[in-house]
Design a protein around this ligand. Structure first.
Ligand SMILES: Nc1ncnc2c1ncn2[C@@H]1O[C@H](COP(=O)(O)OP(=O)(O)OP(=O)(O)O)[C@@H](O)[C@H]1O
Ligand SMILES: [Mg+2]
Length: 303
């Protein structure tokens, strides 16, 4: 009798361990398959706590491919902390206690630590390059690591993309450390989209970086990715599918952009274009005449 019980116990342990191992394999292969099948990556954020330690009002948020999301809120409200949670695949181990799931599971360290599997690219508020390689060398090295392809076309595509985002064209032979702030951000965005082929892009306040927002939004919309913008810019916020409103470290509310806001967006686009044109004139050392402004405002009223 005792022997039968012992044999049964051994069988149970073997099955139990077997299932556990199978589950572990499933989790990791699901993640890798998810990352490999671009277009299928989904993220879920499970809410944690605000700065006051109380549970945040938004319990969970889902992001699907092709979604543009903005994170808005006053300075210090936790916008950067939220995208850092996403980039770090937070698992209750950051001050916010949030959890991030990719394709329904919590990514393993191996997954997040391996750049060739990592689907996330973060363009930070403060970007400095440590590499003093020339731009073209840097891009071709990255292309080789990411895609096994260090060829001229992909490097050229990346430079073309970047040059459409920034006012000053990038010389491929200058060192990465010699690029201006705007050029650096433009190159990082282009690199993440074209070479990195990242499915999730986190962009922290690109509006202050000398990036052409109209161009950036128009170009990025053509890519089936998840774009998450931290922004104070109504134009970016209203173009998003929804926005997460932050307050005191917590996700307070989710606002879906409705039809009325889409109409407001069109008007803001015109006003913003006007301001951008005047900014450009000032940059180029020109004077602004009052009649020019009056004419543009009249045209806005008619249009
Ligand atoms: N839920 C939280 N729990 C604890 N600390 C938090 C939480 N959220 C944010 N913080 C901390 O609060 C500080 C300000 O947050 P953060 O830098 O994310 O603000 P921000 O909205 O990005 O501000 P800015 O617009 O100035 O860039 C940081 O030190 C951050 O670590
Ligand atoms: Mg910030």
């Amino acid at each position: 009798m005792n022997w039968i019980a012992l044999i049964l116990l051994i069988c149970l342990i073997i099955f139990g361990v077997g299932f556990l191992i199978a589950d572990l394999f499933r989790t990791n292969s699901e993640l890798k398959a998810g990352a490999a099948q671009k277009g299928k990556t989904r993220i879920k954020i499970i809410g944690g706590c605000g700065k006051d330690g109380r549970r945040e009002p938004v319990v969970e948020v889902d992001f699907e491919m092709g979604t543009i999301v903005s994170i808005v809120g006053p300075t210090g409200s936790g916008k950067t902390a939220l995208i850092n949670d996403i980039e770090l695949y937070a698992n209750g181990n950051t001050p916010t206690k949030r959890k991030v799931l990719i394709n329904g599971v919590s990514p393993s360290d191996e997954f997040s630590g391996d750049p060739s599997h990592n689907p996330i690219a973060l363009i930070t508020q403060h970007t400095n390059f440590l590499s003093d390689l020339p731009v073209e060398k840097f891009l071709s090295m990255h292309a080789k690591i990411r895609q096994g392809d260090a060829g001229e076309p992909i490097v050229q595509d990346t430079l073309n993309f970047a040059n459409q985002l920034t006012g000053e064209s990038i010389n491929p032979r200058v060192k990465m450390t010699e690029l201006s702030g705007g050029q650096t951000r433009a190159l990082l965005i282009a690199d993440a989209v074209v070479i990195g082929n990242s499915s999730i892009l986190l962009l922290d306040e690109i509006e202050n970086a000398g990036i052409n927002r109209t161009k950036a939004l128009d170009m990025l919309k053509n890519y089936e990715k998840i774009f998450i913008f931290v922004t104070h810019d109504p134009r970016i916020a209203l173009l998003s599918d929804f926005r997460i409103v932050m307050k005191n470290g917590a996700m307070r509310e989710i606002i879906k952009t409705d039809e009325q806001e889409r109409e407001v967006f069109e008007e803001i686009r015109k006003i913003d274009d006007l301001i951008l044109d005047f900014r450009q004139k000032i940059r180029e050392g020109e004077r602004i005449a009052k009649y020019e402004l009056d004419e543009r405002i009249d045209a806005l009223k008619v249009g």
